[in-house]
Design a protein around this ligand. Sequence first.
Ligand SMILES: [Zn+2]
Ligand SMILES: [Zn+2]
Length: 233
Amino acid sequence: MNWTSLVDGLLPAHCQFCGAAGVGPVCAACQADLPWNQPACPGCALPAPLPDLLCPACQRKPRAFDAAFAAFRYAAPGSQALLGLKYGARFHEARWLAASLATALRLREDALPQRLIPVPLHRGRLWRRGYNQAQELARHLGKTLDIPVAPKLARRLRATPDQIGLSAPQRRLNLRGAFAVGKEVAGLHVALLDDVMTTGATLEELARTCKAAGAIRVEAWALARQPLGKVTT
Ligand SMILES: [Zn+2]
Ligand SMILES: [Zn+2]
């Protein structure tokens, strides 16, 4: 047994939000109360008044990815679980978060991608943190949806300085050339997975790199969508 399956084996039996017994980690009632991100714009995953309708910004200028999807709006308790996973190594959170994203994705009619690519961390940051939270989420999501996870298909070539406080064009410049993608991506429909999508600049840069390497369709998936103007990550 490796350490990750050991962690999976230690999942709590009680609902972590209401304490209901035998239905952990999240009971059906608490699942229903989560801040699901529906309806949302299919181009950028921002909350929208109607489903399946591109928002004015996406109509004016399509994103570098072909579609975007997030399970939740960035609000408690999903946001706390994501912070716990990212900074506190609370690995058990990854399972229910990924299961929630899988549930939401199954409600779409779109074909599932052929590969799931977690947004890579730069090796310096990976070394300090010890794990990549996006990869933890991808591992569970790939298993649930039966999509092969390809964590080595994309690499982060350089650590990007903090994005906080930067405008959208500054973020793009900050990220240019940050990723390398293997040519095995050519001809594939892939989904990129990140924990939180804020402006989408990181996912767009990775999507651009995938397209340049020959990917035919690139979707951007995240656990939570943070509206602009509330940038904290
Ligand atoms: Zn509950
Ligand atoms: Zn949009």
